[in-house]
Ligand binder design. Structure first.
Ligand code: AAT
Length: 283
């Protein structure tokens, strides 16, 4: 067995054992590596950071998708930015009421390799007639998209380094606001409160979003393979509040079997530890 290791902070590293590296390639955007192990199954990294593995991907993809649908069960048009492994699209497409999903991923190679090595997230996504796949920069896409054209935007991006950086800017969040309709919801990558660098990214993202959206909150979940295991998404909306407006019965009626998400957990996920609240409130 060999060890895949990534640096979580100056004095903390995280390692996963693997049996073989199944693919390694530099795309025009980033270094892509696929590994196969026993505990976490197949996993891939971008520029040496864990993106998706077969063991805990359900946590992330449940949590990026379902809280928005329980808050607005009438979502019909969805924009996914990033999400090249297909897992977010897979969860969104489970809602038969969804009419259209546009996925804008900057790196086509991520998606093609996931189709080959990670069918758990990518299989069947491209074939769904409601899907439109665009291989382009998410920031450029929203800059050119029409006003009020989506009910939901899911930003399933890498961290704010390299190609993902533009998706953490005020300019990007403003375009998302414009492109969403009057009940529109934005779920965005919100990093982690634990290690200093990630916590700074979390704080900055929240500051930008709360200056644009009337409703801007943050929710948490346990993601064992992301730095510190404590990860966050932002929930921002023009009108709907994730707790006051939750429609438990309507969501239950979808009849979706989920492994992590449920509507009790939805409410709990928005209850944040004091140190996280304080960091988010700090200017
Ligand atoms: N579903 C969880 C997987 C990811 S991958 C994030 C994807 O965002 C990658 O495929 C990357 O190519 C894509 N991406 C990055 N920047 C852009 C951009 N500007 N426009 C469109 N797509 C982009 C998320 C992992 C989260 C890791 C947290 N540590």
């Amino acid at each position: 067995m060999k060890w895949y290791t990534e640096q979580w902070s100056d004095q903390c590293k995280f390692s996963i054992g693997y049996n073989e590296e199944i693919h390694s390639e530099q795309s025009p955007f980033q270094k892509i590596d696929f590994y196969k192990g026993e505990d976490f199954g197949t996993f891939f990294t971008l520029d040496g950071l864990m993106m998706v593995n077969e063991k805990d991907e359900f946590v992330y993809h449940d949590m990026i998708t379902h809280p928005a649908f329980a808050t607005n069960p009438d979502i019909k048009k969805v924009l996914i930015i990033g999400g090249g492994d297909g897992g977010t699209a897979r969860e969104v497409l489970r809602y038969k009421s969804v009419e259209k999903v546009v996925m804008v991923e900057i790196d086509e190679l991520v998606f093609r390799l996931c189709q080959k090595y990670l069918p758990i997230t990518a299989a069947g996504v491209e074939e769904d007639p409601r899907m439109e796949m665009i291989f382009d920069d998410g920031l450029a896409y929203v800059q050119n998209a029409a006003d009020n054209s989506f009910d939901l935007i899911l930003v399933d991006s890498t961290d704010p380094i390299s190609v993902g950086e533009g998706l953490f800017t005020t300019a990007f969040y403003k375009e998302c606001f414009r492109v969403l309709n009057e009940k529109g919801i934005l779920i965005n990558q919100h990093e982690s409160p634990y290690f200093t660098e990630y916590a700074e990214n979390m704080r900055k993202a929240h500051k930008k979003i709360k200056g644009i959206f009337p409703i801007a909150s943050v929710y948490q979940f346990h993601m064992p393979t992301y730095p510190s295991g404590h990860w966050l998404f932002g929930f921002a909306s023009k009108a709907l509040h994730p707790i006051k407006d939750i429609q438990v019965d309507a969501w239950d009626k979808f009849g979706l079997k989920t492994k992590y998400y449920n509507t009790d957990l939805h409410v709990g996920a928005f209850a944040l530890p004091t140190f996280v609240k304080e960091a988010l409130d700090r200017d």
